[in-house]
Design a protein around this ligand. Structure first.
Ligand code: NDP
Ligand code: MG
Length: 420
């Protein structure tokens, strides 16, 4: 089946038949990938796993292959692919096509036998396979926010040209999507929010694990402390991003592109309980919010079955045992990375691409114990300053700038490591 394969569903046919989807999961061994497989396992009549990908975790991929029997698997290296093949053979499984590398990732993302692609690779490594899915006109379930942050208009133009159906997985963007008029849900990147009476998008964030910790102690934060998010269980990179609130910054830029809004129309609101996942404010004074327990299976199930609703295995929200909702202004002295990202959003694509690349290098160095938590901001700020005036007109420009910014950020990391 070519293209996004989505047929219009009438109200009567919704009752009698279920939509079936052939699914590719890019990054299936990660936190989003595993939650996606959890939903798929609950609805075998709706979803068939065609292909999976991982970087280096062979044993996790082996278990997924045995449980879901995909046709194709892509690993990050020849060695990981060979190791997986050997283990599959030892289990008597010889009919899975195991490949490795970026071209193979793009191939499974645009495969004619797939109509739905979950883009759940972490970082800008997800950009090319996600774009391959977009260009092939798939239903693209976008968790990999970094791909949209690094390529912005280029990514959205590819969606418009191919007619791909973009469905946000990030809980905030999925919440905003759910609060939009249905007509606008079908026009990612082209929404006309003002014409629909919308005045503002309210992007909520919990503030992460250090919302109340003394700012002067933040330089001593350890990787494990930074990854201990109070409400969400996520991969380590996004957990650190949540602790610095760079995650909210990346989401700010993601929201600009997904919903075609200007930075002035997005307001970040701290909501420590993460029960409200984001809101849309209308001109008549109405505010629509999407709520639920903080469990990524909700947005994943929403996007997988869209426009239908399916069981996600998520505990229903119990209003009588829920903590009181609190809201706070953002303190940018505590979260300078968020301010940097909001400013980058107005400065243009080069600032956003360089910021994302610098941040990926800085977070990896922090997780490896090479730099301090507070050094992440230093790397990020220098990366934006260095590359803000570069031109980014096409995907090759994005890849070139991403590479240069990584090299530059790595040199700053080396200096900081020396000083520590
Ligand atoms: P994880 O680190 O848990 O998983 C990342 C996945 O990508 C794994 O399958 C990993 O393989 C694979 N991977 C890692 N590096 C590469 C690479 N260089 N090339 C190809 N594949 C690679 O991340 P999350 O699931 O937490 O996040 C995935 C994406 O979803 C991120 O962009 C994140 O911002 C976004 N997101 C995540 C949320 C969450 O709750 N976790 C919420 C909202 C958005 P391996 O296992 O072999 O290392
Ligand atoms: Mg989010």
């Amino acid at each position: 089946m070519a293209g996004n394969g989505e047929k219009p569903v009438s109200l009567t046919s919704r009752k009698n038949s279920v939509q079936q989807h052939q699914v590719c999961i890019l990054g299936s061994t990660g936190s989003i990938g595993e939650n996606t497989l959890n939903i798929i396992q609950r609805h075998p009549e709706r979803f068939t796993v065609i292909s999976l990908s991982a970087h280096s975790r062979v044993d996790k991929m082996l278990a997924q292959c045995l449980a879901f029997k995909p046709q194709h698997v892509v690993m990050g290296s020849e060695q990981a692919a060979a190791s997986l093949k050997e283990k599959l053979t030892a289990h008597g499984v010889t009919n899975i096509n195991v490949q490795f590398g970026n071209q193979a990732l793009c191939d499974i993302a645009k495969d004619d036998n797939v109509d739905t692609v979950m883009a759940a690779i972490v970082g800008s490594s997800g950009l090319l396979p996600t774009l391959a899915a977009v260009k092939a006109g798939k239903r693209v379930l976008l968790a990999n926010k970094e791909s949209l942050v690094t390529s912005g208009q280029i990514f959205i133009d590819a969606v418009k040209t191919s007619g791909a159906k973009l469905l946000p997985i990030d809980s905030e963007h999925n919440a905003i999507f759910q609060c939009l008029p249905e007509f606008e849900q079908h026009r990612p990147g082209e929404c006309e929010l003002a014409d629909n009476g919308i005045s503002k998008i309210l992007l909520t964030g919990s503030g992460g694990p250090f919302r109340t910790r003394a700012v002067e102690t933040l330089s001593a934060v350890t990787p494990d402390e930074a990854c201990a998010h109070p409400n969400w269980d996520m991969g380590r990179k996004i957990s650190v991003d949540s602790a610095t609130m760079m995650n909210k910054g990346l989401e700010f830029i993601e929201a600009k592109w997904l919903f075609n809004v200007q930075p002035e129309q997005i307001q970040v609101v701290l909501h420590p309980q993460s029960t409200i996942h984001s809101m849309v404010q209308y001109k008549d004074g109405s505010v629509l919010a999407q709520m639920g327990n903080p469990d990524m299976r909700t947005p994943i199930a929403h996007a997988l079955a869209y426009p239908e609703r399916i069981d996600a295995g998520v505990e229903p929200l119990d209003f009588f045992n829920t903590k009181a909702f609190e809201f706070e202004q953002v303190d940018y002295a505590r979260y300078p990375n968020l301010k940097l990202a909001i400013e980058a959003c107005s400065k243009g694509q080069a600032a956003c691409t360089a910021l994302n690349a610098g941040n990926e290098i800085a977070v990896a160095a922090f997780l490896a114990g090479d730099i301090k938590f507070t050094d992440i901001y230093k790397v990020n700020e220098s990366s934006v300053d260095k590359f803000v005036s570069e031109r980014v007109d096409c995907i090759d420009d994005v890849m070139t700038l991403d590479g240069k910014a990584r090299e530059f950020a790595s040199a700053i990391v080396a200096e900081l490591k020396e000083q520590n």
